[in-house]
Design a protein around this ligand. Structure first.
Ligand code: B12
Length: 257
């Protein structure tokens, strides 16, 4: 299979864009050496999936999250199909990397760095450039895009990098971030972002358990039927349950509609 056929099959499987990066062109300071994921790795196939505009822009953030769940399901099945096709047809090993996993929950990263940095992989694969919000802007789908990838033993050349400066520092992302997590250029203040974007994530859960442990038996009963606990329960089976998509939604850069 050459790049053209892999791209065609990726698009047929549900991706909106497919790019390629030779492993030498992938650089991430925080993520581990990709050879620790696939010892014979020579290239990365990156698949991008645009978000659904109506859901992303909906005032009801459950609609945005529901759409993300759909995007994640589509991306999961398509990246697996393509990885197996590459293995079957090219007789090489391939490792699919999903949108939000794998990431090490142990020290030192504690869930804050992926085993493969999909943004750095997407940029190396010619699918976009970093914007002021520290997200990747695609020349057609703007910031409204999420990524998966496949590490492969195939020697594939990188696609040409995006040369345009798609971000013009309009500062809409900085001004619209309800967590003020983007005030410092080149850095997302992760804890600030997390508190607002995932109120029922691990921080919320720890806070709830602490309160529960200190509460009297009667208060504990009430806490276990409270809306806060119901939200935590729902998040426990949804996975990463985002309640904020502001930096993706407000960014006009590169967006063609
Ligand atoms: C952990 C994680 C988070 C954490 C930490 C984010 C972070 N700062 O890295 C939290 C929970 C805060 C988070 C938030 C969000 N995330 Co997130 N997240 C991830 C995950 C799983 C790992 C990221 C990682 O490895 N970070 C550590 C490394 C890469 O960071 P780093 O090397 O220090 O690089 C940072 C800076 O140094 C800077 N940077 C590095 N080089 C350069 C170069 C230039 C020129 C510039 C300007 C900046 C810059 O950018 C990085 C961001 O801080 C990835 C999936 C994956 N496997 O990659 C998704 C991912 C990055 N998240 C994504 C999204 C969409 C979000 C949110 C919008 C939440 C949502 N509603 O979906 C917010 C956006 C926050 C923001 N504006 O930064 C998408 C981004 C898609 C895109 N178009 O870029 C990804 C790629 C998931 C996916 N499969 O598509 N996320």
């Amino acid at each position: 299979m050459d790049k053209a056929e892999i791209r065609k099959r990726g698009l047929e499987a549900g991706a909106d864009v497919v790019g390629f990066a030779a492993i030498e062109d992938y650089h991430s300071k925080k993520a581990p050496d990709p050879k620790t994921l696939l010892p014979g790795v020579r290239s990365i196939v990156v698949l991008g999936y645009r978000e659904v505009h109506g859901s992303l822009e909906s005032p009801n953030k459950r609609m945005s999250m529901m759409s993300r769940m759909g995007t994640m399901d589509l991306s999961k099945s398509s990246v697996y199909r393509l990885a197996k096709l590459i293995e079957d047809r090219c007789k090489v090993n391939a490792v699919p990397v999903l949108a939000s996993y794998p990431l090490d929950m142990g020290l030192p990263v504690m869930g804050l760095a992926g085993d493969l940095s999909l943004r750095h992989a997407a940029i190396a694969a010619g699918l976009g450039v970093f914007g002021r919000h520290n997200l990747v802007i695609h020349p057609r789908f703007g910031t409204r895009i999420v990524f998966t990838a496949i590490l492969t033993e195939l020697p594939l050349e990188s696609d040409p990098p995006v040369k345009d400066e798609l971000c013009d520092n309009c500062m809409l992302c900085v001004e619209n971030c309800p967590a003020r997590a983007l005030d410092t250029e080149g850095k997302t203040e992760q804890m600030k972002c997390l508190r607002v974007s995932q109120p029922y994530g691990i921080g919320g859960l720890i806070g709830f358990i602490r309160k529960l442990m200190k509460a009297k038996p009667e208060e504990q009963k009430a806490m276990l039927v409270s809306p806060e606990f119901m939200h935590l329960y729902q998040a426990s089976f949804i996975g990463f349950q985002y309640n904020c998509f502001e930096c993706m939604t407000c960014c006009p850069a590169g967006l063609e509609r």
